[in-house]
Design a protein around this ligand. Structure first.
Ligand SMILES: NC(=O)C1=CN([C@@H]2O[C@H](COP(=O)(O)OP(=O)(O)OC[C@H]3O[C@@H](n4cnc5c(N)ncnc54)[C@H](O)[C@@H]3O)[C@@H](O)[C@H]2O)C=CC1
Ligand SMILES: O=C(O)[C@H]1O[C@H](OP(=O)(O)OP(=O)(O)OC[C@H]2O[C@@H](n3ccc(=O)[nH]c3=O)[C@H](O)[C@@H]2O)[C@H](O)[C@@H](O)[C@@H]1O
Length: 451
C-alpha cells in the first residue's frame, strides 16, 4: 500500500519505518526542513534502538522516503497517518493545532479517496474535528471528494518502540466504516498473522482507550510511589512489597517500580489532558488529579533527600548525577525527573556533574553552557571531586558499582538512588549513606519533599 506519514518524530518515524519494512511504500513528511535533511542524509534525529538500521535498509530499498512537501505527501498515500505532536495547551488540554493543520492540508491537496488516520494521541471528539476541517478545505475548493477519518492510537514506548510497534498485543482501530476496516486490515496484515490483534471499535472509544491506557499505567506508578513513601515511614522495604504484590497475576510486575516520578512526553501531558476532558464534561476526575499531584511531589523527592542528607547545606556543593534521560534507552529529557532535580540544585546554589549514556547532547541543547553544570565524559568522571551522588535513570551501566571506590571518590559519603538499583546493605557496609525510595534500611531517613 502507499502510505504517507505526517510528522517524523518518535511515532511517525517508527511507524513509517516499520510499515516500510513489511513491504509498504512509505513517504514520511515533516515541516521541519532540518529534520528531513538529516533523514535524507541517512542520519536519524532521535535515539531509538534499532531505528537507524531499519530506516537505512528501507530507504536503500526505495520503500521509505522523506519530504517536506505537504502536497506531495497528501497525494502519495491512500492511507494518510497523522503522527504530529499534541503538546499541552496552557490549560493542560491537548493542543490540536498541528493535527488540524495536517487535516487542512489534506483537504486542500487531496485528489481522490483517502483514509485519514489519527495516530497522534487526541481527545475524544478529535476525529470529528479532523473530518470537519478536511471537509471545510474541500468545500472551499468546491470539489466533492470522499474520505474517511479513523482513530488508530499508538501504544509504543520509547526505547522499545520497534518491538512495541511490531509485536504489541493489540492494534486499536476506531471506525464505523467497512471500507476503513478493510484498508486497516490490509495495512497491518503482516503484523497480524498468528492471532488477530486488530480491535475495531467506535472512533470515540479508540480515542479514549489511548488515554485510559496511559492513565492506568501512570496510576500504577503513582500508587507505588505513594506506597513507597508510606513504607519509608513504616520501616518497610518497598522492594519486598513490590515483589510481594507483583507475584499476584492480577497485579503483575509491570509498572510498579517506585522511583523519582514518571516523566517523558506522554504520561504527564496525557494525564493532564484527561483531567481537563473530565472537567469539561463536569466530572472532576479525583483519582487522576491525585495521580498527577503525587507524581509532581515525587519528582521533588530526590532533592528533599539530598537536602536533608546534607543538612540543608547544598550551596557550594558539587553533586554527581547519573542519568538525565526520563528513562533508559532514550535521549529524551522531556519532563525528566533529572531536570526537576538539577533546577532545584542550581536554585540552592549547588553545582551538577552529570553523565548519561545518550542524553548529553540533549542536555546541552536544553541548558546550554553554564558554570554550575559540567557534562562528564563518563560515570567515573561525573563522580570525581563530587560531594554526593544521585541516580535518576536506571541505565544498565549504573547497576554494577564498586562501592568501596565510590566511598573513596565522594567527599561526603551520600548516595541518593532514585531508582532503587542497589541493596542498601551493600552501600552501608562500604560506609556510604544510602537513600533509596521507600527502602526499609533508610526508613529512618524518610523525607517529605514539601518540607
Ligand atoms: N513519543 C512516544 O513514545 C509516543 C507518542 N504518542 C503520541 O504521538 C504523537 C506524536 O508524538 P511524538 O512522535 O513523540 O512527537 P515528536 O514531537 O517527536 O514529533 C512530532 C513531529 O511532527 C512534526 N510536525 C508538526 N507539525 C507538522 C505538520 N503540520 N506536518 C508535518 N509534520 C509536522 C514536528 O516537526 C515533529 O518532528 C503525540 O500525540 C504523542 O502523544 C503516542 C505513543 C507513543
Ligand atoms: O503514549 C505514549 O507516548 C507512551 O507512553 C508510555 O511510554 P514512555 O513514556 O515512552 O515510557 P514508559 O516506559 O511508559 O515510562 C514512562 C515513565 O514512567 C516511569 N516508570 C515506568 C514504570 C515504572 O514501573 N515506574 C516508573 O517510574 C519511567 O521511568 C518513565 O519516566 C507508555 O508506556 C506507552 O505505552 C505509550 O504509548
Amino acid at each position: 500500500m502507499r502510505i504517507s506519514v505526517f510528522g517524523s518524530g518518535y511515532v511517525g518515524l517508527v511507524s513509517g519505518a516499520c510499515l516500510a519494512d513489511v513491504g509498504h511504500e512509505v513517504l514520511c513528511m515533516d515541516v521541519d526542513p532540518e529534520r528531513i535533511a538529516t533523514l535524507r542524509a541517512g542520519e536519524v534525529p532521535i535515539h531509538e534502538p534499532g531505528l537507524d538500521g531499519l530506516i537505512r535498509q528501507n530507504a536503500e530499498a526505495g520503500r521509505l522516503r522523506f519530504t517536506t512537501d505537504t502536497e506531495e505527501a497528501v497525494q502519495f498515500g491512500s492511507l494518510l497517518f497523522i503522527a504530529v505532536g499534541t503538546p499541552p495547551d496552557e490549560d493542560g488540554s491537548a493542543d490540536l493545532q498541528y493535527v488540524l493543520a495536517v487535516a487542512e492540508s489534506i483537504g486542500r491537496y487531496m485528489q481522490d479517496y483517502k483514509v485519514v488516520i489519527d495516530k497522534s494521541t487526541v481527545p475524544v471528539g478529535t476525529a470529528d474535528k479532523v473530518r470537519a476541517t478536511v471537509q471545510a478545505a474541500l468545500d472551499a475548493r468546491g470539489i466533492p471528494l470522499d474520505f474517511d477519518v479513523c482513530s488508530n492510537p499508538e501504544f509504543l514506548k520509547e526505547g522499545a518502540a520497534i518491538e512495541d510497534f511490531t509485536r504489541g498485543p493489540r492494534i486499536v482501530v476506531g471506525t464505523d466504516s467497512e471500507r476503513v476496516r478493510e484498508a486497516m486490515r490490509e495495512c497491518y496484515a503482516p503484523y497480524n498473522r498468528n492471532h488477530d490483534k486488530l480491535m475495531f471499535m467506535s472512533v470515540r472509544a479508540a480515542e479514549l482507550t489511548k488515554y485510559a491506557a496511559n492513565a492506568m499505567l501512570a496510576t500504577k506508578i503513582s500508587f507505588m510511589n505513594e506506597m513507597a513513601n508510606l513504607a519509608e515511614r513504616l520501616d518497610v522495604d518497598i522492594e519486598e512489597v513490590r515483589r510481594g504484590i507483583g507475584s499476584d497475576p492480577r497485579i503483575g510486575y509491570h509498572f510498579i517500580y517506585p522511583g523519582c516520578g514518571y516523566g517523558g512526553s506522554c504520561f504527564p501531558k496525557d494525564v493532564q489532558a484527561l483531567c481537563r476532558t473530565a472537567r469539561q464534561v463536569d466530572y472532576p476526575a479525583q483519582l487522576l488529579e491525585a495521580v498527577e499531584e503525587v507524581n509532581n511531589r515525587q519528582k521533588g523527592t530526590l532533592f528533599a533527600k539530598l537536602n536533608q542528607a546534607l543538612d540543608g547545606q547544598l550551596a557550594g556543593k558539587t553533586i554527581a548525577l547519573w542519568g538525565l534521560a526520563f528513562k533508559p534507552n532514550t535521549d529524551d529529557m522531556r519532563a525528566a525527573p533529572s531536570r526537576t532535580l538539577m533546577e532545584a540544585l542550581w536554585a540552592a546554589g549547588a553545582k551538577v556533574q552529570a553523565y548519561d549514556p545518550e542524553a548529553m547532547k540533549e542536555c546541552r541543547r536544553i541548558y546550554g553552557e553554564r558554570d554550575d553544570l559540567m557534562l562528564a565524559g563518563d560515570r567515573i568522571q561525573a563522580v570525581r571531586g563530587a560531594d554526593a551522588l544521585v541516580i535518576c535513570t536506571e541505565w544498565k551501566e549504573f547497576r554494577t558499582v564498586d562501592f568501596a571506590w565510590l566511598k573513596r571518590e565522594l567527599n561526603l559519603p551520600v548516595v541518593v538512588d532514585g531508582r532503587n538499583l542497589y541493596e542498601p546493605k551493600a552501600l552501608q557496609q562500604a560506609g556510604l549513606l544510602y537513600y533509596g525510595v521507600g527502602r526499609g534500611d533508610s526508613a529512618s531517613r524518610c523525607v517529605r519533599p514539601e518540607a
